[in-house]
Design a protein around this ligand. Sequence first.
Ligand code: SF4
Length: 198
Amino acid sequence: MRDYNREFETLTAGLEGRPGLLLHVCCAPCASSVLERVYPFFDVTLYYCNPNIQPREEYDRRAGELPKLLRAAGMEDVALVIADYDEAAFLAAARGSEGEPEGGARCTRCFALRLGASVSYAAAHGFSYVGTTLTVSPHKNAPLINDIGERLAAGSGVQWLPSDFKKKDGYLRSIRLCQAYGIYRQSWCGCGFSRTDP
Ligand code: SF4
């Protein structure tokens, strides 16, 4: 089995300069500890592209935490791109898998939708690397996410950044950073299908 954290460390140890990285971010909590891992090695641009987040107000709320995170982390040189909200794209991708449990086919399609958009943006804007914060979550399948990202990036001219950011206590670190920075931490993944709280 591949060790994506080791692959990340090997890749970054061999970098020269700080190449451009488009980092897909699902939310500020997940971005917090991931930024600490990537910022020393890359010229980072955050790409908030999550048409899966429902409702629209929640999409905007999570987006609004990102500038706050960058200020608190002292990383205001990190650029931030907020994609247009396209709920219809997510609903089309999820069609037929709405009732799947978290971690099932709906999530695989959701990852592909967001990572596909990220690869396209990175290719169109001349980034050297594209990656995602999604692997910091213990609820997300890092090998699956890396496999999707790699396949989508193949032939695009952009290199996929392998990661398993939950390693090295990445998830725990994200919780502590959010507490220290006063960052809003949501209680569900994103789509209405995954929401179980009242
Ligand atoms: S549970 Fe999360 S990853 Fe799965 S489809 Fe919903 S928003 Fe996407």
